[in-house]
Design a binder for this molecule. Sequence first.
Ligand code: PEP
Length: 249
Amino acid sequence: MRKPMVAGNWKMNGSLALVAQVGEALSDLDAPDVDVIVCPPFPYVGPLRRTLPDTSPVGVGGQDVSAQDSGAFTGEVAGSMLAEMGCSHVVVGHSERRALHGETDALIAEKVQAALRAGLTPIVCVGETLEERDADRTEAVLGAQVDAILALGAFVVEKLVIAYEPVWAIGTGRTAAPEQAQAVHQFIRARVAAALGDDVAQNLVLLYGGSVKPANAAELFACEDVDGGLIGGAALDPAAFLDIVAAAR
Ligand code: PEP
């Protein structure tokens, strides 16, 4: 059985005040049947971890990780640093990193390996643009993005989470219909099964991301192959985020 996950991606938003607010809202969270992760900007990772009780099941994650372990890479953050600050997870290959920072499938695969070397669980994002969907290229694009990760082998794929985030649904208020999300999740799971076997595919946690909010979370999470969500905007509102966690239970 796959355990549902709800992960919040603050992107470049938030403040120490929001860290305090979210830390308080989540400090007595009682949802043992859902993995709850919060990914604030790098400077807030440590403060958020310290705001949560030591025994809190809530995980803290980074939004990106360097492919390198250390050295002359100004501005980058190593997986070991995230782990030392109390992170358990890290988002890799978000569409904003792919589009704005030119991250390729090959670099994303390297980052996945770097995250795993540091003991972090990578949340690997894949997704097609509106132009690609309109040109009937959704499966070709996703197939290539997913294959780059599957090439790392079952030993790696067993340790990660994949988030399907259609680019046209991110931050746009436009959500994929549950049937659209389910169709793509089913496609991804079948792709994993074909490459690495049914066991790996059935155990892989597949999140949906793209304008998830309390009003649409339950219907998305009810889809057979949707195991939870990667939440952007709504993760900045503690009450909305908690409602989304509740929808995953
Ligand atoms: C995201 O950035 O990963 C995301 C899903 O954003 P939003 O929920 O705001 O669409």
